[in-house]
Design a protein. Structure first.
Length: 531
């Protein structure tokens, strides 16, 4: 395969994964919004407690190994070492199996102590129901790493979508059925999160069957394969640094969840039920905070091969232009999303959770603050990818560790204040991503030849977004006097979106080169007649 063909294959694979990631995030939002309505603030609090624990175990067990496996498989495949591929996959499968069994056993047999430690004694059933997912995802990661190493991203993408769809359909159905037969909220939450475990199992089944159907090639080069011990050592040497980097924010979010629930009860004077319900309402705001990332991640995926290719040609100017375009597109997407959530937090939450008046009242100021965090999060997602493209893989780890420390300290102080309580959590999150974004930009400017033109990267997109946000707030406030608030906010969002697009073009806040970084961007540039 030629270098050009290989690069095209990589970009196509990256696009497949980025689209799948966006679909999975959207399905996740579709699942969590009606689920929040179904089980209410308290039930959703139990759900979030279990999910935070699951996320940290999942990252620790699967963040680095699949990437390391895919790299080793890719290298062996390049030299036609098919025996080595088989041995590498075999070694990785055993490692994943051991890790998965350990994680599942921890969650299953220690569910109640873990729930008590996290400040929610009723979350034990949800933790136990989610336990098998760690094993299934660990095993699935073996095959995902193999297929990605063979430059075949489709099985990974399909397995991710299967997971998400089963979570939506099975999880929501189980929660609804359990409530209909009179089960308490903590059991309904366990049913909902059990759908995640079932989805993981079905995703693993799909990718396992796909692997068996395709089989392995039998041709073999004369070069001798490395031993299993050598392969295992190399797997660990590659996986451990990646895992450490990827686990920083997950560990911070886990500690943060434990901290918030316990500080609300120990220092802010909340009962356990009120603390869990408040944490559940915070989850409503977090769902909206996470949604814009589904679209921004496509930029992060696209920018890595684009910058890497430019650097490999020693085209530092081209890499710098791509970097600036990526950051500008990020601002163009994250600014309207963030400011829109800030000014329309109450009408949006009221639209999504119409029967949960108390939860919406609690979540409204939380989402207003998290709207600002959306902007910083977008910068973090893309700047991490840019730094990795420049080979500075350790710098994002440093910035995330510093940001995580800021979040923990901020939340400890603010959440424990009875006058601030749960409102301190989004402030800590915003401070966290703000610090990470600032450090990443500083690292980028110091470690590369990139010189950001503030007028084009920040000022013009910000001006367009501020006009849009003002229009959205004004239109919604005006329409609320005459028509249903639900219809009013939808009209306000639609009209504000059109105003934003017009302002972006009028202010020349985007270029044709920028749009090439997003799927179908060339066609959009033609329609907008951009230079």
């Amino acid at each position: 395969m030629s270098d050009k063909s290989a690069n095209r294959s990589f970009i196509q694979g990256a696009l497949i994964l980025s689209v799948a990631t966006a679909i999975v995030k959207i399905i996740g939002a579709i699942f969590k919004i009606p689920l929040g309505n179904l089980i209410g603030e308290e039930g959703y609090g139990h759900f979030n407690v279990a999910y935070n624990l699951y996320n940290v175990l999942l990252v620790l067990s699967t963040a680095g190994l699949p990437v390391a496996l895919s790299k080793m498989v890719s290298e062996s495949n390049t030299h036609n070492r098919n025996l080595e591929i088989k041995r590498t996959v075999s070694v990785a499968r055993l490692a994943f199996l051991c890790i998965g069994i350990a994680g599942t056993s921890l969650m299953f047999f220690f569910s109640d102590p873990l729930a008590s430690m996290m400040g929610d004694t009723k979350a034990g059933a949800s933790i136990m129901a989610l336990a098998p997912a760690v094993l299934f995802v660990s095993l699935m990661s073996t095959y995902r790493g193999y297929f990605q190493g063979m430059s075949d991203m489709l099985p990974t993408a399909i397995s991710q979508v299967i997971e998400a769809l089963c979570k939506l359909l099975i999880g929501f159905s189980l929660a609804w059925w359990l409530l209909s037969i009179g089960q308490p909220l903590e059991i309904a939450s366990a049913g909902a999160i059990g759908g995640v475990a079932i989805g993981s199992g079905l995703g693993f089944l799909y990718i396992y069957i796909t692997s068996k159907r395709r089989g392995r090639r039998t041709t073999e080069s004369a070069e001798k394969s490395a031993s299993r011990r050598q392969l295992f050592r190399r797997l660990l040497s590659l996986a451990v640094p990646i895992t450490l980097g990827a686990s920083v924010l997950s560990l911070v979010n886990f500690i943060d969840a434990v901290l918030v629930l316990n500080r609300l009860q120990d220092s802010a004077g909340f009962t356990e039920k009120l603390a869990v319900s408040s944490f559940g309402a915070y989850g409503y705001a977090q769902n909206m905070f996470n949604l814009p990332g589904a679209f921004i991640v496509t930029i992060a995926v696209s920018v890595i091969p684009a910058i890497s290719a430019a650097l490999s040609r020693r085209d530092t100017l081209g890499a710098a232009r791509t970097t600036e375009s990526a950051l500008r597109i990020t601002m163009l997407l994250s600014l309207p999303a963030g400011l829109g959530l800030t000014v329309l937090s109450n009408p949006i939450l009221s639209l999504l959770y119409p029967e949960l008046k108390w939860g919406v009242a609690v979540a409204t100021p939380l989402l207003s603050i998290l709207g600002i965090a959306v902007i910083f999060n977008g910068i973090v997602l893309v700047s991490n990818a840019i730094l990795q493209s420049y080979g500075k893989v350790n710098l994002p780890v440093i910035s995330m560790a510093v940001g995580g420390a800021v979040k923990i300290v901020t939340n400890y102080i603010l959440v424990g204040d009875p006058n601030i309580n749960i409102n301190g959590a989004p402030i800590g999150t915003t401070a966290c991503y703000g610090v990470i974004a600032l450090l990443n930009i500083i690292f980028l400017l110091r470690q590369s030849e990139v010189k950001l033109r503030l007028a084009k990267v920040i000022v013009r997109p910000l001006a367009a977004a501020l006009i849009m946000a003002g229009a959205a707030w004004s239109i919604n406030a005006f329409l609320a006097r005459f028509i249903s608030p639900k219809i009013g906010v939808l009209i306000a969002v639609a009209v504000a979106g059109v105003i934003y697009l017009v302002m972006v073009v009028l202010l020349r806040a985007v270029t044709r080169e920028d749009l090439r970084l997003i799927p179908k961007g060339e066609k959009l540039a033609n329609k907008l007649n951009l230079k």
